[in-house]
Design a binder for this molecule. Structure first.
Ligand code: NAD
Ligand code: AHE
Ligand code: ZN
Length: 394
């Protein structure tokens, strides 16, 4: 297949919100600095649903969505030296070229090399797409487009991993799990003994909890409006204000959440509830939903003088955050994180190794396995409280 166009199945988003359609797509061979990957497993992340909804200013249609996956290199373009056919890889929507101003700054994991192309659904070389259907171009997404059996990515956007790692599991290390862990370890740098609040207990929020537990946090307060996120299957319908550790469902407890709050069960604003519970506020908070009013609450539940709030959730086009500047004047800090601050090509392989050594969880986030043909059902499942990650066998 090297050097030839491959025809394979891909889920195409023709229009916002319209069911994805499994199509035969043509995937062109990789050009200079590009890698064609046979995607074996892909998970669905809330960000895919966000772009599909039409609320992402960078969303272009028709496109092939998907960015949390694992696969095997099928072929490489000219000048590609760091991977070769047969290598096991995780596509990385956050590139790492090691040469640009960003990569060399030592201050960020963002990379500037291909971002101008990945934001508009094309490849850097010729500003064109490698996907087409009978000659009609289909846009790439986030430089990854993993809802296709084959995809083409930039060489700076692919991490080579240990071939011993089960791809059906480590595909999650392409986005959600590293994002949560890294938000705690790299962005907030949570210290032992800290009090942490996590807003939104999806995969990203639970990975924040897992990261905070590993960092030695003394209390990890989980906040979600969906009680299923912690009671999973048990009939604890009328939960009291704060449920203690013993009552938490196995799942959430395993990730390290020590207390659960459902804002729907409180009359006071949630930030007030948390401030009252924590003698003035938390040391660190994380917004893992993408809701700007929750982002405000997450900042305002932080302790005066030092509390730091990290925005992880992605909010829709046109949404803006606000708070009284006094909140910052009095020492609270507002931050954000992309891919948890991890340098993708350098650090994803080490996360895979940590998983193999059982130092981080991955299996526990996978609640459903399906095939590509069922992708629309998989998206429906994402809105169900019992669902964390759905992994699709391509
Ligand atoms: P998810 O949908 O699985 O989880 C969101 C959780 O928030 C759900 O449990 C939901 O019940 C809860 N929730 C919704 N509204 C709430 C409210 N008002 N108060 C409390 N809880 C509420 O999503 P996910 O895949 O875990 O992703 C979470 C967010 O992180 C999304 O916005 C996603 O786009 C974003 N994200 C960002 C990055 C990054 O690099 N910054 C990476 C991955 C995902
Ligand atoms: N196009 C979106 C941006 C969405 C966004 O912020 N994406 C995160 C990753 S979410 C993964 O699930 C990110 O890494 N951002 C940094 C970057 O370079 O895109 C919008 O809203 O405009
Ligand atoms: Zn994601």
């Amino acid at each position: 297949t090297q050097g030839q166009v491959i025809t394979c199945k891909a889920a195409v988003a023709w229009e916002p919100n319209k069911p994805l359609v499994i199509e035969d797509v043509q995937v062109a061979p990789p050009q200079a600095g590009e890698v064609r990957v046979k995607v074996l497993y892909t998970a669905l992340c809330h960000t895919d649903a966000y772009t599909w909804s039409g609320k992402d200013p960078e969303g272009l249609f028709p496109c092939v969505l998907g960015h949390e996956a694992a696969g095997i290199v099928e072929s490489v373009g000219e000048g590609v030296t760091e991977v070769q056919p047969g290598d096991h890889v995780i596509p990385c929507y956050q590139a790492e070229c090691r040469e640009c101003k960003f990569c060399k700054s030592g201050k960020t994991n963002l990379c500037g090399k291909v971002r101008s192309a990945t934001g508009v659904g094309v490849m850097m070389n010729d500003r064109k797409s490698r996907f087409s259907i009978n000659g009609k171009p289909i846009y790439h997404f986030m430089g990854t487009s993993t809802f296709s059996q084959y995809t083409v990515v930039h060489d700076v956007s692919v991490a080579k991993i240990d071939p011993a790692a089960p791809l059906e599991k480590v595909c999650l290390l392409g986005c959600g799990v590293p994002t949560g862990l890294g938000a705690v370890w790299n962005t907030a740098k949570v210290e032992p003994g800290s009090i942490v609040a996590v807003f939104g207990l999806g995969t990203v929020g639970l990975a924040v909890a897992e990261g905070a537990k590993a960092a030695g946090a003394s209390r990890i307060i989980g906040i979600d409006i969906d009680s299923k996120k912690f009671d999973r299957g048990t009939a604890l319908s009328n939960l009291s204000k704060i449920v203690n550790y013993e009552l938490l469902g196995i799942a959430t407890k395993n990730f390290g959440v020590t207390e659960f709050i459902n804002p729907k069960e409180h009359e006071q604003p949630i930030q007030q509830v948390i401030v009252d519970l924590t003698d003035g506020g938390v040391d660190y908070s994380f917004e893992c939903i993408g809701n700007v009013s929750v982002m405000r609450a997450a900042l305002e539940c932080c302790h005066k003088g030092w509390g730091t709030s990290v925005i992880v959730g992605v909010a829709a086009s046109g949404q803006e955050i606000s708070t009284r500047p006094f909140q910052l004047v009095t020492g609270r800090v507002w931050k954000g994180t992309a891919f948890g601050g991890f340098k993708s090509r350098s650090q994803v392989p080490s996360l895979v190794d940590k998983y193999l050594k059982k130092e981080i969880k991955v299996d526990e986030y996978i609640t459903h396995s399906m095939t590509l043909a069922d992708i629309n059902k998989a998206f429906d499942l994402m809105h169900d409280g019992d669902c964390l990650r759905v992994v699709l066998d391509m």
